[in-house]
Design a protein around this ligand. Structure first.
Ligand code: NAD
Length: 417
């Protein structure tokens, strides 16, 4: 087993390529990012001293359209992680049939140690360093872990200032006031819940009395819990980087997640929320629940704990939470895994809508955005399910196979291979 995310991403590509008709030469092209950029960003700290932060951008493939993918600010950002995330973005855009390629960026930084001003200067510095390589028709960044609409507003402003006119389409995930799109903030989670409900339907699982645990209570994890709560599902456990909580209250069947959010905002963590028991993030994954939704970081389900997973369905809201070795164990156990490239594609689908609206300067309502998201993601789910049935493979292999086939076809046509 490897915890090297890019090796895992390559393995997943190779697994999928076994069930499709793909030229060796095209497969070889698809195994590598087209361009990798490493930048060192000097930032004037509040103390007056200069600190230099290392950042990356991996532009994986643009056969279907401009590179597209988020920027992560985290102390554990590595080149391997950024490369893997950029490969996953390529397959994600392809599997849901939107005309984007895949990219991803990151900066090695602990944002908790930065003031707002330092964070702004770092964000602007990243755009200055990558100015020639990003743009609405080249590469369009977006938020990821620890980056948010405010950071996107600064990045858009920096790029626009450099060019002398407004370029809202350079990044997505912006605040509504500066060209963001309605519904973007909960779109990743909403897309995940649409495919989760499709999976329940296909697997003929009764949606009543389903117990759900969610790892991660950030943008994706929180909104997933809120949507599930509103739909009447029982969310019994959630977590953040400081630990998790399990409902231990005989009167309630579900956590009131809106109240948990208020508690987290007041105290800094979900841990300690009344009526719950503290659990670790590792324990959360092994709870006796029906559904598990990892919505934090990658490689949390490995060959070490896969056997202990009790959930029947895992919806990968995070990118890469399950290693390929763990995937095999889960498949043998009969656990249905709705793979990340499909389950969390809602964000990039609505980002695509944001970009389209920015280019047209014509804005849609939230209902239009979410209605179109539902249509696109449910169609993609049906196509993946169809592939799984016809190839007798896992949903992950089916999703990859479809995605890789489409990118391979575009590469082949463009390069006359
Ligand atoms: P976020 O920063 O808003 O939230 C991350 C959450 O994970 C927080 O609750 C944090 O406390 C928790 N966390 C951090 N380290 C942890 C650890 N070691 N153990 C357990 N929990 C930990 O990030 P997000 O935007 O919600 O992204 C979460 C995942 O979803 C990532 O894998 C990201 O790539 C993926 N994703 C995000 C989007 C999006 O639209 N934001 C789209 C697609 C995929």
């Amino acid at each position: 087993m490897t915890s090297d995310p890019f090796k895992n991403a390559t393995k997943q590509l190779e697994n999928a390529s076994k069930i499709i008709d793909i030229d060796e030469s095209v497969l070889e092209i698809l195994k590598y990012p087209k361009r990798i950029l490493t930048v060192n960003i000097p930032v004037k700290m509040d103390s007056g001293k200069i600190e230099v932060f290392k950042g990356y951008r991996s532009q994986y493939n643009d056969a279907l359209g401009p590179f597209k993918g988020g920027i992560r600010f985290h102390p554990d950002v590595s080149l391997s992680e950024v490369k893997a995330l950029s490969a996953w973005m390529t397959w994600k855009c392809s599997v849901v049939n939107i005309p984007f390629g895949g990219g991803k960026g990151g900066i090695i930084v602990d944002v908790r140690k930065l003031s707002k001003g330092e964070l702004e200067r770092l964000s602007r510095g990243y755009v200055q360093a990558l100015r020639d390589f990003i743009g609405p028709y080249k590469d369009i960044p977006a938020p990821d872990v620890n980056t948010d609409p405010q950071i996107m507003a600064w990045m858009m402003d920096e790029f626009s200032t450099m060019h002398g006119y407004n370029v809202p389409g350079v990044v997505t995930g912006k605040p509504i006031e500066v060209g963001g799109t309605k519904g973007r903030k909960f779109s990743t989670s909403q897309g995940g819940i649409y495919v989760f409900e499709k999976a329940l339907e296909k697997l003929k699982i009764d949606s009543k009395n389903i117990k759900i645990a969610i790892q991660g209570f950030g943008n994706v994890g929180y909104f997933a819990s809120e949507i599930l709560f509103a739909l009447g599902y029982d969310v019994v456990a959630v977590s953040d980087s400081k630990g998790g909580i399990l409902l231990e209250n005989n009167k309630e069947k579900t956590l009131n997640v809106k109240e948990v959010l208020k508690y987290k905002e007041a105290t800094g963590s979900v841990v300690g929320y009344p009526g719950t028991r503290k659990i670790t993030n590792e324990e959360l994954l092994e709870l006796d629940v029906d559904v598990l939704m990892p919505a934090a970081l990658e490689n949390v389900i490995t060959e070490k704990n896969a056997d202990n997973i009790k959930a029947k369905i895992i919806v990968e809201l995070a990118n890469g939470p399950i290693t390929p070795e763990a995937d095999k164990i889960l498949e043998k156990k009969g656990v249905a895994v709705v793979p990340d490239i499909l389950a969390n594609a809602g964000g990039v689908i609505v980002s695509y809508f944001e970009w389209v609206q920015n280019l047209q300067n014509y804005y849609w309502s939230e209902n239009e955005n979410i209605g179109r998201l539902k249509e696109i993601i449910e169609k993609a789910f049906d196509e993946v399910w169809g592939k799984k049935e016809c190839c007798d493979c896992s949903l992950r292999v089916a999703a990859y196979a479809l995605a890789v086939e489409r990118v391979a076809a575009a590469e082949k046509l463009r390069r006359n291979l």
